[in-house]
Design a protein around this ligand. Structure first.
Ligand code: HEC
Length: 493
């Protein structure tokens, strides 16, 4: 649209001016993505598997695609994933994976025509939404995955001018509604007292109480299982060089001041707004991330099925830099509490490779299946990361008891001719490049298919054909009977 181009040009000029002033490099494609949410396409399953790296034992799959401007995500009680899409002015629901194929069973819009909705949370029977200028709520039926009645804005008039307009909301363990508002600018003295703070409210929006100040842009926050503390990510200021100041993780204390715009990182006076008094009062970060990595969503993991090292650790989405000479961030890291501070490790990395970007992680949610879900507003996808679970071959179809293939209804003769046809398809369809069917000894590098019926039935094979684990390519057989023939052959092995 013409106004986006115009705005882009103006933004480009303004940023160019700063670049000249500060001699800091920027990366324009990413600036445009940051401004307008326009991004890259969905990576193919193959790109995903070959590019992205995870710790040993974890696997990744594509849970949902075409989720425009996917920002904060939250699970309903029934396992539907709600996603806030600010640039699309809507909140959508990704239907729970009832057929067990590792992907959401479709998506639909829950609420439309909102003002840059960036965050959501559930409390009692309401779905709450953080718009850029208001907090609203609507009744939600968890079983049906539907909103009921009118959407009601309970907090209005929130400032959303300038930068960092997004509002992040979450309910605390105390049952109060926490709201984080970013600053209007890179560094400045705010005139709007609500900006660059964290505030909390009663669930009906009354009882406003300031929680913390001096937070430049704390987009994500969560409560730690090991000390109940409230931890918030914060993006450090720009235009002081490639590697300074650090982005932050702060442990939020009631009434705490966290430095911005006077103090950067661990107690450094800001060159533009030095202030001695404030310097002494500023609470230092609990952890420093690398400069310009842009930490957004944070989630402490609680699933007992995770490896011990990850239970109680936090995952943080590093959206990635736009204003340094080489790219940095573009990954999800894990933070491990060591009793005094956090050790940071790469969790999901590889979205950026020599300047080629395939994703920018935004938020993290833990599913009731023990898997972790990650939103990405660049590839417009939701990724599913699981420990010790095969992704594509996830499970046997639930409506077949184990031991049944799904072919029992066929007459022996019909089955036999199906199997024969399936064998031909197997021979001619490229399967033999990688598989061996009926041999005693398996050549190295080949995958045996003998005894497949112990693990598979018709339904699970059909879903495996669609989304196999790479390097196996999807099996592209359109004709239903041919597909059934191939499954019948495989199950006969
Ligand atoms: C490029 C190599 C390649 C080709 C071609 C290929 N596969 Fe595979 N296939 C694999 C690999 C590797 C796996 C194991 C994936 C894993 O580790 O989960 C696999 C897994 C399978 C499985 C599941 C095995 C199990 O033990 O659960 C089946 C069934 C299967 N393939 C069938 C086929 C059929 C049918 C074709 C032809 C239409 C085919 N494959 C073509 C590489 C290939």
């Amino acid at each position: 649209m013409w106004w986006k181009i115009l705005l882009g040009l103006i933004a480009g000029l303004v940023i160019g001016f700063f670049v000249l002033l500060s001699r800091v490099d920027i990366t324009l494609g990413i600036v445009f993505h940051s401004l307008f949410g326009s991004g890259g396409g969905t990576p193919t399953e193959e790109t995903l598997q070959s590019r992205l790296q995870l710790p040993q034992g974890f696997t990744i799959g594509l849970y949902a695609t075409d989720v425009t401007s996917a920002r904060f995500i939250e699970f309903s009680n029934s396992g539907d994933l709600i996603v806030a899409q600010p640039q699309a002015s809507k909140v959508s629901i990704l239907m729970r994976d009832a057929n067990g194929d590792g992907a959401a069973d479709g998506q639909r819009v829950l609420l439309d025509n909102l003002t840059r909705p960036h965050s959501i949370d559930f409390h009692e029977d309401y779905l709450y939404i953080g718009e850029s200028n208001a907090i609203g709520r609507v009744r939600f039926d968890h079983d049906k995955g539907e909103v009921m009645g009118d959407y009601e804005r309970i907090i209005t008039g929130l400032g959303d001018e300038g930068n960092h307009w997004s509002k992040s909301i979450r309910f605390g363990p105390d049952g109060l509604l926490y709201l984080s508002s970013g600053s209007t600018c890179n560094v400045c003295i705010e005139t709007d007292q609500q900006r660059a703070t964290m505030t909390r409210y009663n669930p009906d929006g009354t009882g406003e109480e300031r929680v913390a100040t001096g937070l430049r842009n704390s987009v994500g926050f969560d409560w730690a299982p090991f000390d109940g503390g409230l931890y918030a990510t914060d993006n450090g200021r720009d235009l002081l060089g490639n590697d300074y100041p650090p982005c932050e993780l702060n442990r939020i204390e009631m009434g705490g001041f966290y430095g911005w715009p006077h103090v950067n990182g661990f107690g450094d006076s800001d060159p533009d707004f030095p202030d001695d008094d404030r310097l002494q009062n500023a609470i230092p970060p609990a952890h420093g991330f690398r400069a310009h990595n842009a930490p957004l969503g944070i989630r402490f993991l609680t699933d007992p099925a995770l490896p011990l090292d990850y239970q109680g650790s936090a995952l943080v989405a590093l959206h990635g830099s736009w204003n340094r000479s080489s790219y940095d961030g573009y990954k999800v890291v894990s933070l491990h509490w060591n009793g005094e501070g956090f050790d940071e490790k790469d969790f999901l990395s590889g979205f950026e490779n020599k300047g080629d970007i395939i994703g920018r992680p935004v938020d993290i949610a833990e599913g009731n299946d023990g898997c972790v879900y990650i939103s990405d507003d660049f590839s417009m996808s939701i990724f599913r990361v699981c420990y010790g679970i095969e992704q594509a071959v996830s499970s046997l179809s639930e409506d077949l008891p184990p031991g049944e293939t799904g072919l029992e209804h066929l007459e022996a003769q019909a089955l036999e001719s199906l199997i024969e046809k399936g064998e031909q398809l197997y021979q001619t369809g490229g399967c033999i490049i990688c598989h061996v069917a009926k041999v005693d000894k398996v050549p190295s590098g080949m995958k045996p298919l003998i005894g497949i019926s112990a693990r598979h039935n018709v339904a699970s094979l059909e879903s495996l054909f669609e989304t196999p684990t790479p390097p196996m390519p999807p099996v592209l057989i359109e004709n239903d009977e041919d597909r059934l023939a191939l499954t019948a052959y495989l199950l006969s092995l």
